[in-house]
Write a protein that binds this ligand. Structure first.
Ligand SMILES: [Zn+2]
Length: 1033
């Protein structure tokens, strides 16, 4: 490389774009010509460590525990492991005196993810994958600086993305070995570093602006001249080249140019390809690195979501947490999102979603004195149509995500728009057009941000989130250096370090031309996540029901017995476990086996602690002194129920009883005879006829339904010549994302399950209950055993199902071909329901070949319909007249054993006259999911009801103690039919006053509720959620 005089800049060269561009690229190449190029000069002198010793731990232990261990000498290149171990290194180093005035780094290249500890404090994360391989010992070494330093390096034996065997999402390799490839002291030549950054950006501008733009040629000739001017061996030559770059970068834009709001970010999955416990360390490593960058750059802004992760760092890294609090105060470290975790956007119940915000916002308020103003969910597999209302109820009117850019079929038409929810609530929504939440501050990303923006002309501002995710430690100094150089450079968008508040304020100020998208944001990908890891789904649904019942029962116990202690702390702990498992790679089932084990363990905690709390609350319903010798039932739902329950005596003998229990109340179990008993008849052809006065069904020997008849009006629900309750198997091989994806082509591989192992046999012969059982062979490894149950007075037939499942890449579903024709089917979602088409007309229709729903889905004509209910499933498809419930999948990555074993679940079929609203489908689905609680009480206890609602359209969903006041109850109701109604919430509780409040339980003092001695009058619009604070007398 020859130094050339400046005068030669005006010497023409060939206008060969390729030659000049490659010349500049080679000048900074890490591979070619490093003997003479600029890159080869990045590091100056180096010096070995004084000593490197190590200690291997199979557990994740504290610094104090690690530091007291015996460390033994460690050779560079020596391997250690296996996966999930932690290797602690003690690094003793001495910086040469002669390096005075130099920038000194510890260069550390290793596998795994590491944290540097100094003076017993975490000081910086190190990871090759996150481009963090050096720890800065001194920016400019002075004589008085410590020259002898001891550091500890805590190295986790897993990569950024776990330890997938062969591919990222493959099950982890438990035997992987790790090593340190380089550990030494080096002098970093800061002037070379800066010069390299200039070159890199110039080269990128040439590439990105392409041949069509003259600005790209200006960059080309400028960078070529920079090579002419810059002699790598002669640092004095850099100034001229740098000033050429500088003058290029400062040729400014016109006023109309797009503005990119850059925000540092580190998307950390709370568990995914690594267990929860590792996430705590990923947070520590990433956030401490962010603090180091903030110390140097007061303009650097970092956005950080998930209250749970803050809570983890608070308890595991208290020193770091104190520093974070300081930078939150300064406005640089910005908590965003307002939720406990970045949860799945489809599967959590309405109340769970409220609690995500309640726990999150209250945490941020307690810790930092602020509520988040934006919901932040970049990486979730679809977004419920109720989220806008829930956000608004939690003080949030802005939303950021980008996941819909992953749609397989249709391109979402907006990047900035108003998203309108089920009830009409709107939130200002932004999808960063760069389609990433892990940018690197590169020219390409900025160009794409402008190019991809689908609201050109409407919007002139966008977000760019930069930083490595998942423990890569977030942003780097290099990213900040890049962004600094091109804040206002002609040909590129303007870039400024910004905050979510600044971005959204700007978007709102210019919102006049924004479009509105109404209804759900459905992700046309990852549709297998409604079904994968069935035990997690079941744990979620059951624990949601259990926590609901505990809260209702505890609220009533508080009213019945002043001495009762509402278990607030215990409930918060259990709720937080449930909310944690709703993280967007846990409840969808897209996590490794270790995470599944943790998640199922948390559900077990909730079940065992929760059932104790529920029992305890019910005990306070009666007087404590008297002998409790009678069985009673507690009904947590806001309507009267007549149901058959199964009792168990002290000897373990079971019996059935028909109970009538008032809304939100209790009753003693009495022997009641049904007005119409169930009859079960084995017919001459071997089929079984069951009827209960409401339904009549004929069951074939293989368990399928030959007929299902609504006796009122004698309406047959099963399609002519078809069978209901038909199990079907599909080949289920997606393109890549195994646990996540089911592709449309799986539908072409449908095979009915027909082989009978044990034909239908009568189990319960009628009276209170009729039931039959049978077993089918799915394959030589898998079977399904089912009990079909018809109870007295019950409007639906239950299918209690047990599956032995040992398949590979298969999908089990059950079909009900029904005698129904309608262009739309209805699916329950959070606090409401929505319709989706039953046809595949357009690409938007057929991309929804597999959809999610909660407790029920319905297909109705005018005046007649069929509903398919479930107690722990979420995947549905209703195409033409076939209603299908998705039951089990068998993906092999990232959990090689996903869903293998025994599964229990129940679904139910409910033909009905009139609309599903009028027929009580919603109530039936609740009944199926919230079985009455049996408990012992005194024999003379009279039945009582604490709450009821006049209009069946309104569901009283939640009754709990208010978060901030012991004498106050919080109740939450929603309109479930899609109608405008005025109704009364009746209660026997003596009320002092009642206030409307938001979902964070903040009372609206301008709105006292309309109260009389009987209760509170309430007005609802369709699917509206209302919360009230009821203050006891
Ligand atoms: Zn994620």
């Amino acid at each position: 490389m020859h130094h050339q005089p400046v005068s030669q800049y005006h010497q023409p060269v060939l206008k060969s774009r390729r030659c000049l561009l490659e010349r500049a690229e080679k000048f900074i190449s890490e591979i070619y010509f490093t003997d003479c190029n600029l890159r080869g000069r990045l590091y100056g002198d180096s010096c070995p460590l004084e000593s490197l010793t190590s200690f291997l731990s199979s557990k994740r232990i504290s610094f104090a525990e690690a530091a007291s261990q015996q460390f033994t000498p460690h050779k560079i290149g020596e391997t250690f492991g296996p996966t999930w171990c932690t290797c602690w290194f003690k690094v003793m180093l001495r910086i040469p005196k002669s390096w005075r005035g130099k920038e000194v780094h510890l260069l550390w290249e290793s596998d795994g993810e590491a944290m540097v500890w100094r003076d017993e404090q975490p000081v910086q994360g190190l990871t090759k994958e996150g481009e963090k391989t050096s720890y800065v010992l001194s920016d400019c070494l002075r004589d008085e600086d410590p020259h002898s330093v001891t550091l500890y390096v805590e190295l986790a034996c897993n990569g950024l993305f776990g330890a997938g065997q062969g591919s990222m999402i493959a099950a982890p390799d438990p035997n992987r070995k790790y090593s340190v490839q380089k550990a030494e002291l080096v002098v970093l030549n800061r002037d070379v570093r800066e010069m390299l950054t200039d070159f890199e950006i110039m080269v990128d501008i040439v590439k990105q602006l392409g041949e069509g733009e003259q600005r790209g040629y200006q960059a080309l000739f400028a960078v070529n001249e920079m090579v002419n001017l810059c002699d790598p061996a002669e640092p004095n030559s850099f100034a001229k080249a740098r000033s050429l770059a500088q003058s290029f970068f400062t040729q400014r834009n016109g006023h109309s140019q797009h503005t990119v709001h850059a925000m540092g970010h580190c998307h950390i999955d709370s568990a995914w390809l690594w267990p929860y416990e590792e996430t705590i360390r990923k947070c520590g490593r990433s956030w401490v690195t962010v603090i180091r960058l903030m110390e140097k750059d007061p303009e650097f802004v970092f956005t950080c979501s998930q209250a749970q992760q803050f809570q983890w760092v608070k308890s595991w890294y208290p020193g770091l947490y104190t520093q974070i609090q300081q930078y939150v105060k300064k406005g640089q470290f910005i908590p965003v999102g307002g939720t406990w975790v970045e949860m799945d956007g489809n599967l959590p119940s309405g109340e769970s979603m409220v609690r995500q915000f309640l726990e999150g916002q209250r945490f941020f308020h307690q810790e930092f004195g602020m509520y988040c103003k934006e919901f932040w969910l970049p990486d979730t597999f679809g977004y419920s149509a109720q989220l806008p209302q829930i956000m608004q109820g939690c003080g949030i009117s802005r939303f950021l995500t980008q996941k819909l850019s992953w749609n397989l079929v249709n391109t979402f038409p907006h990047n900035t728009f108003f998203w309108e929810g089920l009830d009409g609530s709107q939130v200002l929504t932004h999808f960063p057009p760069g389609n990433s939440y892990e940018m690197k501050g590169k020219v390409e990303e900025l160009v794409n941000t402008v190019k991809n923006n689908k609201d050109k002309g409407r919007v002139n501002h966008s977000a760019a989130l930069f930083g490595f995710g998942d423990g890569g430690g977030g942003p780097t100094q290099l990213m900040l250096d890049r962004l600094k150089r091109i804040q206002d450079t002609d040909g590129l968008p303007k870039v400024r370090m910004s905050t979510p508040d600044q971005l959204f304020s700007q978007l709102l100020a210019d919102s006049a031309l924004l479009c509105t998208w109404s209804g759900e944001l459905f992700l046309e990908l990852h549709n297998g996540t409604y079904t994968t890891q069935a035990q997690i789904k079941r744990g979620n649904r059951q624990c949601e029901s259990l926590l609901h019942d505990i809260e209702v029962a505890s609220s009533l116990a508080l009213w019945r017995d002043k001495a009762f202690q509402y278990p607030q702390e215990q409930l918060q702990r259990l709720w937080r476990l449930l909310l944690l498992n709703q993280f967007h790679d846990v409840i969808p089932g897209s996590c490794i086996e270790m995470v599944v084990e943790d998640a199922l363990g948390y559900y077990q905690d909730i079940r065992s602690d929760g059932s104790g709390l529920l029992r305890d609350a019910c005990r306070h319903f009666g007087s404590n002194e008297q002998k409790c010798d009678s069985s009673a039932v507690f009904n947590s739902l806001p309507w009267e129920r007549n149901e058959v329950v199964q009792l168990q005596d002290a000897a373990g003998q079971t019996s059935l009883a028909l109970v009538k229990v008032p809304s939100v109340g209790m009753a003693i179990v009495k022997d009641t005879e049904p007005t119409i008993p169930v009859s079960v008849t084995v017919q001459a052809d071997g089929t079984v006829l069951m009827e209960n006065g409401i339904l009549k069904t004929v069951i074939n020997k293989d368990g399928s339904l030959a007929s299902l008849c609504l006796m009122e009006g004698n309406r047959e629900a099963i399609s002519d010549g078809c069978h209901g309750n038909q199990f079907v198997m599909f080949d289920d091989v997606p393109l890549y994302w195994d646990a996540w994806d089911v592709m449309d082509y799986h539908l072409q591989t449908r095979k009915p399950v027909l082989e009978v192992v044990a034909p239908v046999q009568v189990v319960a012969s009628g009276g209170l209950r009729g039931s039959i059982a049978f077993t089918l062979r799915i394959s030589d490894k898998s079977t399904v055993t089912q009990e079909i149950v018809l109870d007295a007075m019950c409007p639906y037939i239950k299918f209690n199902t047990q599956v032995q499942w040992a398949e590979s890449h298969k999908f089990l579903k059950v079909e009900f071909p029904v005698r129904m024709r309608s262009p739309n089917a209805t699916y329950e979602i959070q606090f409401g329901h929505l319709q989706r088409p039953t046809h595949w007309n357009t690409s938007w229709d057929w991309a929804r070949f597999e959809v999610w729903g909660h407790k029920w889905a319905d297909l109705s004509e005018h005046n007649f319909g069929v509903s398919l209910l479930n107690d722990c499933k979420y995947g549905y498809s209703i195409h033409k007249n076939i209603m299908t419930l998705s039951l089990l999948r068998a993906p092999k990555a990232p959990d090689a054993n996903a869903d293998m074993g025994t599964h229990l679940f129940t679904y139910a079929i409910m033909p009905h006259a009139g609309s599903f609203q009028a027929a009580g489908v919603i109530q039936s689905a609740y009944n199926l999911n919230f079985p009455p609680t049996l408990f012992q009480t005194t024999a003379d206890a009279a039945p009582w009801s604490a709450f009821s609602v006049d209009d069946t359209a309104v569901v009283l969903e939640t009754i709990k103690q208010a978060e901030d006041s012991r004498g106050t109850l919080l109740v939450r109701l929603y309109e479930s039919h899609g109608s405008s109604v005025t109704t009364m919430l009746r209660t026997v509780l003596p009320l002092q006053e009642a206030w409307h409040c938001d979902l964070l339980e903040r009372p609206d003092h301008t709105q006292p509720a309309q109260m009389t001695s009987e209760g509170v009058t309430l007005k609802f619009s369709p699917h509206q959620i209302r919360s009230l604070l009821l203050v006891r007398k």
